[in-house]
Design a protein around this ligand. Sequence first.
Ligand SMILES: Cc1cc2nc3c(=O)[nH]c(=O)nc-3n(C[C@H](O)[C@H](O)[C@H](O)COP(=O)(O)OP(=O)(O)OC[C@H]3O[C@@H](n4cnc5c(N)ncnc54)[C@H](O)[C@@H]3O)c2cc1C
Length: 446
Amino acid sequence: MARTLADLYDLQCDPALREQLTYTSPSSGTSVGLSFLQPRSVDNLIRKRGMYKHWANYSGGMLGRTPDYLNAILAGCASAKSYFAKNGAEYAERIVAYYEHCREQDLCATHTFVDPQINRARSQSEQRDPTVPLHIVGENAQGLIVSGARMLATLAPYSDELYVFPSPSRTQQSDAPKFAFAFAVPVATPGLKFICRESLDSGGAPSDYPLTARFEEMDAVAVFHEVVVPWERVFLKGDISLCNRLFRETPAFLHGIHQFTVKNLAKAEFILGVATLVAEAIGRIEMAEYQRMLGEIVDVVETLRAYIRSAEADAITDEHGFVHPNPNIMSTARNYFPKAYPRIVEILQLIGSSGLMATPSEKDLTAPALSEDIDRYYQSATLMGKERVQLFRLAWDLSCSAFAGRRVLYERFFAGDPFLLMASRFTSYDRSEAVARVKKMLGRSA
Ligand SMILES: Cc1cc2nc3c(=O)[nH]c(=O)nc-3n(C[C@H](O)[C@H](O)[C@H](O)COP(=O)(O)OP(=O)(O)OC[C@H]3O[C@@H](n4cnc5c(N)ncnc54)[C@H](O)[C@@H]3O)c2cc1C
């Protein structure tokens, strides 16, 4: 995974890709990552999309957390500095300075929103032990002092920085002094630990685990023991309402959705490619039922492409002249993929069926005693035994392995609670015109 991340950063240094992946920093005049660009035109948005896609294609969309995701969100936060200024003028200055620092150093970040899953029926202060969720314990001349835990920082072991965004838990007004904050710290900060889940990469041959071996991005719980957050890194404090509305009322997260919808497109295209080759390999590509299932994947690909392009075409311009992908379309795209992804993985399982288990390891493939058997008994309509095993091991890592299971869980949840997000789609949607038209037909007044 470290090698993979290094490769992505190296692409930015390739002179042939410089124009596609970087832009000129307005402060230093050097080339910086394009995901940090604050768009001022639809063309800027389209240019950013090209950068996202280039990185996403590198992993077949298998990496949820290439650094461009948080770069785009941080750039969006800095363009919404007037929102942070509502907490005090110094907060606006800090978010802009921090954004510029990350942009100039090209820092890699992880982030955390969610309090530990203790008792979801209660707010932070109502927990049996209210010191478990991350909270403010004090302050000194250097900064804010925080303790407690947060879930679930993906990419933490490979990151330079941790962004701690406001928690969406049921924070109450009376809890503001303890639980209302947004800040960032270097991951190598005294008192901060990351407790990782077990690695899915057992260190086996990369050919046995073609995706796991390269794209195991890791997830970790962040534990803070009296961590001092320097004041210049505290972006919101003490105002529950500002914290709760941060991603509803600023365009910051829209840029994150733009990035990951492009990543989702790369991922759906990759699954389409693998599923097509598997169907061909077993001689079912002409079968109507297989074509119908493959057609479902095509529709996912084209739906994602349509979301991206229409969000760019119907972009909005804010009062500072910054351009953001269309909020309505981006919200729908965000709610779409958690349902679409498990289905296209299921299709790959249905297409591959038992062949996904006829997958001997590299050790077997290279064993002289098995070489002839594998070429003979594993052959397919289009491939000889060893090539077939190579393809099916990829399909297995994409649809059945622990890596595949984690990816499905990731797509279901990483962008927030799908249940609440879907409900808020309705509650925050302007449906007045639709309702008025029905009332008119019924002969009722508005
Ligand atoms: C692989 C993975 C990586 C992640 N990486 C990150 C990361 O890097 N940074 C980060 O901040 N977060 C990350 N997350 C966490 C993600 O933000 C949360 O999973 C998400 O916000 C949902 O919260 P939760 O998991 O605590 O679910 P909970 O809030 O505990 O909910 C549990 C279940 O209950 C459902 N539910 C909730 N309310 C209702 C209701 N009223 N009626 C019926 N059902 C309901 C939910 O939909 C969900 O299915 C990651 C998650 C995963 C799985």
